[in-house]
Design a protein around this ligand. Structure first.
Ligand code: KG4
Ligand code: ZN
Length: 373
């Protein structure tokens, strides 16, 4: 039994993350990834004040946090046992990507380790390997081709995975990403940041209350929170035959609807819960419908999701049910590996290194802020 130890660094947005992942390899075949350390220093509190991420502020925080995050993440593993380093090179905020890259260049020189530049979107999807007993070959046989949905605060990307490392972009968002839509609508409703988990929590409360009041559960054509008030939000682009997304219209619909309410309604718990339920369901309807249409069009074996929004319980439940209906396999990462982390970058680095994607000289590393897939 061999081990390949990977150190990975992720600084593409507002989380400073470093991880060490050990790949167990038997007779040159991957058996399992084991997470040795997974440290994420979140800047949420800093950016919460502004309701979003400020790149220069995030860059400063990354530079400040990296040495101590590195110290904690490598406590159990000495650098000598690290085989190579993976670093997120894109997509992401350019100044933030560069702090990670510069840090890795220093490490590569000091310890003489090869470096592999990693795509953040691919890493979100490959996070599904963490904690799973899925060798690369077994996975390919049972799950590929797969349709993948990377859905986060920065991205809503649908792509086809023909092999690990062999991707075809199917669609992207034309404006806001799904997570960004949660964050912005939560801000409109005065709920806090990041919006996704808050909206999910309130939506759950609404559903529970609805059941308690004896109302039918399941999808209703409209959401009625207070007497006579009907909330029905648009599902942008749901009927268009392409695989692109657009969520800014949904955000605007929330803004206009909310502005029309009296202060008493706008601040009532019942209204905020009902709005959260409808926002969450509108986003899920679009994501599930487009993903399943892609699955059907390309005759895939599996639906694989990843990214911060894939932590959403309802999305996971509804996507899994839709995949089962088409007799397809379904994968979503463990919740702790949905939002930004470096363990997922280490997994992507394992495969990328084997494909020969390590750079010859760390000085060749560069950010690629608009790298899709
Ligand atoms: O992947 P991630 O950590 O960062 C980016 O690459 O953007 O995703 C963060 C996004 C935020 O927009 C956040 O609101 C959303 O993921 N999010 C969720 C949930 N947890 C995080 N959205 C819906 N439901 C959740 N449970
Ligand atoms: Zn991300």
């Amino acid at each position: 039994m061999d081990r390949t130890n990977i150190l990975a660094i992720e600084t593409s947005c507002d989380d400073t993350a470093i991880s060490v992942v050990s790949a167990r390899v038997e007779k040159n075949k991957l058996k399992k990834f084991e997470v040795v350390s997974n440290v994420v220093s979140s800047q949420v509190e800093i950016h919460a004040r502004y309701g979003g991420v400020y790149p220069m502020l995030a860059k400063r925080e990354h530079a400040k946090n990296l040495p101590s995050v590195f110290e904690t993440a490598t406590k159990k593993t000495r650098m000598v046992s690290v085989d190579f380093i993976g670093v997120t090179a894109g997509p992401g905020l350019d100044p933030c990507l560069w702090t990670g890259i510069n840090f890795v260049q220093g490490l590569a020189k000091k310890y003489g380790k090869p470096v592999v530049p990693i795509n953040h979107i691919e890493a979100h999807i490959l996070a599904n390997f963490l904690g799973l007993d899925l060798s690369g070959e077994k996975f390919a046989k049972s799950h590929l081709p797969a349709v993948c949905l990377a859905v986060s605060g920065g991205h809503t990307i649908l792509f086809l995975m023909k092999a690990i490392g062999g991707y075809k972009l199917l669609g992207d968002t034309r404006d806001d990403a799904a997570g960004e839509c949660f964050d912005k609508t939560a801000r409109i409703l005065g709920l806090g940041y990041p919006g996704g988990p808050i909206i999910a929590e309130l939506a759950k409360k609404w559903k529970k209350g609805k059941a308690a009041r004896g109302l039918t559960s399941g999808k209703s054509p409209e959401v009625r929170p207070l007497e006579k008030l009907v909330i029905r939000l648009p599902r942008p682009m749901i009927n268009q035959k392409n695989f692109d997304f657009s969520f800014s219209g949904l955000k605007t619909a929330v803004l206009y609807f909310h502005e029309k309410q009296t202060l008493a309604v706008a601040r009532s718990a019942e209204y905020l819960e009902a709005m959260s339920y409808e926002i969450e369901q509108a986003v899920i309807d679009v994501l599930v419908s487009k993903t399943m249409r892609a699955a059907e069009t390309f005759g895939v074996k599996a639906v694989v999701i990843g990214g911060g929004v894939s932590a959403n319980e309802e999305l996971r439940k509804q996507m899994k049910a839709a995949a089962a209906k088409q007799k397809l396999k379904f994968l979503a990462p463990k919740p702790e590996f949905c939002t930004d982390n470096a363990a997922m970058v280490a997994v992507a680095a394992y495969f990328a290194f084997r494909r020969g994607e390590a750079v010859g000289d760390p000085e060749q590393l560069a950010s690629n802020p608009n790298w899709l897939i």
